[in-house]
Ligand binder design. Structure first.
Ligand SMILES: *[C@@H]1O[C@H](CO)[C@@H](O)[C@H](O)[C@H]1NC(C)=O
Ligand SMILES: *[C@@H]1O[C@H](CO)[C@@H](O)[C@H](O)[C@H]1NC(C)=O
Length: 381
């Protein structure tokens, strides 16, 4: 049906467009120019409206996602067919195209009993879907499991001495390598040790822009920092320092990837935005004073995807807002060849631009370099 249907659609669209322009010409020539406000243009004839809505429906039909087969209400599903739940919910809700490219994962995610507790799934399952482009995940009508008790006290300081273990459903993390069921046994280098985290983003060097230094630069430019987005925010330490030192509200994008990063961010009184890097950030245009890209943003992201990410950051930023590229790394030669021109095309003012060899084992092996840059979006764009 594809080609024939497409052709029909095209013909229909052409016919309708012509009819519509003809109609517009008619209405222009018959409307008296002297009384524009007294005579609103005559209503569009019904047949045109009907044709337009047919076109709209056809386009919707063509672009809408189709489940594997239409749900059958009369015959009982065979054991091979997907559960009717999956089909029902696929039809009810708009589902991202990529979800249907992974029917096994989608099936597992959507296989639940409505109005009951959601089945226990490893957190890696929904994230596997999200990372494959199935984002946002379809909604489900089941009760998500929550930790048995709320934390004993909610810290107002985003650097509490310990993160309360009761804020995590540790059984969800069973599949991760160890049997660790406490923040205290997670690898401290992952950002769960609050004591060492409290020193991060305070030191400045050629390659390290510190939070106090950044706040000073912004203040010097009379550019207030109230809101920010931290892309790849880990356990939220950047947002925590911005809150502590600048009273700023920074939301952090998080993925759990085997450890309770989002829970850690939340228990610190910060906002974990559970979104992947490769899709439009769910933040309104021109609203952010700062977008920071941490080390999750690096050469592992394919160049075109990275370019889209940069332009999405630009979309979020207000005029005069800041893009902070923090320890981005790539192959030595690519910085000048690929990434500097890409960043340059944004037309931002360079307030800091520092690069250096990445001297850890993998950096030396790959000939990687780091870039730390602070860029300001032009006021008028
Ligand atoms: C943050 O806000 C508090 C309360 O309004 C104020 O006392 C403090 O000076 C502010 N800190 C900064 C760095 O602006
Ligand atoms: C960085 O590494 C390159 C080769 O990988 C070397 O030629 C260069 O001298 C290094 N730069 C510094 C500042 O160490």
């Amino acid at each position: 049906m594809g080609l024939g249907f497409g052709l029909n659609l095209l013909l229909l669209a052409m016919v309708a467009t012509n009819l519509l322009s003809f109609y517009h010409l008619l209405s222009i020539s018959t409307t008296s120019p002297t009384t524009p406000s007294d005579h609103p243009s005559p209503p569009v004839p019904d047949h045109l409206l009907r044709q337009l809505s047919t076109i709209r429906a056809t386009i919707n039909h063509l672009t809408r996602l189709h489940p594997l087969s239409p749900p059958s209400t009369t015959t009982s599903p065979s054991s091979k067919s997907p559960p009717s739940d999956l089909l029902l919910h696929s039809l009810l809700l708009p589902i991202a195209t990529a979800c249907h490219d992974h029917p096994d994962l989608l099936h597992r995610f959507m296989n639940y009993t409505p109005f009951s507790p959601c089945p226990s799934l490893p957190p890696s399952l929904p994230e596997s879907l999200i990372l494959r482009g199935c984002h946002p995940l379809p909604r489900r009508r089941c009760f998500s499991r929550t930790p048995p008790s709320s934390p004993p006290s909610l810290p107002s300081d985003p650097f509490p001495s310990t993160l309360p273990d009761s804020s995590v459903l540790w059984s969800s993390y069973d599949s991760s390598s160890s049997s660790c069921k406490s923040f205290s046994c997670l690898n401290p280098s992952l950002g769960f040790d609050m004591r060492s985290e409290s020193y991060r983003f305070l030191k400045s060097s050629d390659l390290d822009l510190s939070v106090p230094q950044f706040l000073k630069i912004a203040a010097g430019l009379s550019s207030p920092i109230r809101l920010g987005l931290d892309v790849g925010g880990g356990t939220g330490t950047f947002a925590a320092q911005m809150k502590r030192l600048g009273n700023a509200t920074v939301v952090s994008t998080t993925m759990n990837l085997g450890a309770p990063y989002s829970e850690a961010v939340a228990v610190r009184g910060l906002v974990p935005l559970h979104v992947p890097l490769q899709q439009r950030f769910p933040v309104a245009d021109g609203t952010m004073d700062l977008v920071r890209c941490g080390h999750a943003v690096n050469r592992w992201i394919p160049v075109p995807a990275l370019e889209f990410l940069m332009y999405d950051a630009d979309r979020l930023l207000r005029g005069g807002g800041f893009l902070w590229i923090d320890h981005f790394f790539c192959k030595g030669g690519d910085l000048e060849k690929v990434y500097a021109p890409m960043i340059g095309r944004l037309g931002y003012k360079k307030l800091k631009w520092a690069s250096a060899n990445k001297t850890d084992a993998s950096g030396l092996k790959n000939g990687d370099v780091y870039l730390t840059a602070l860029l300001q979006k032009p006021a008028l764009k």
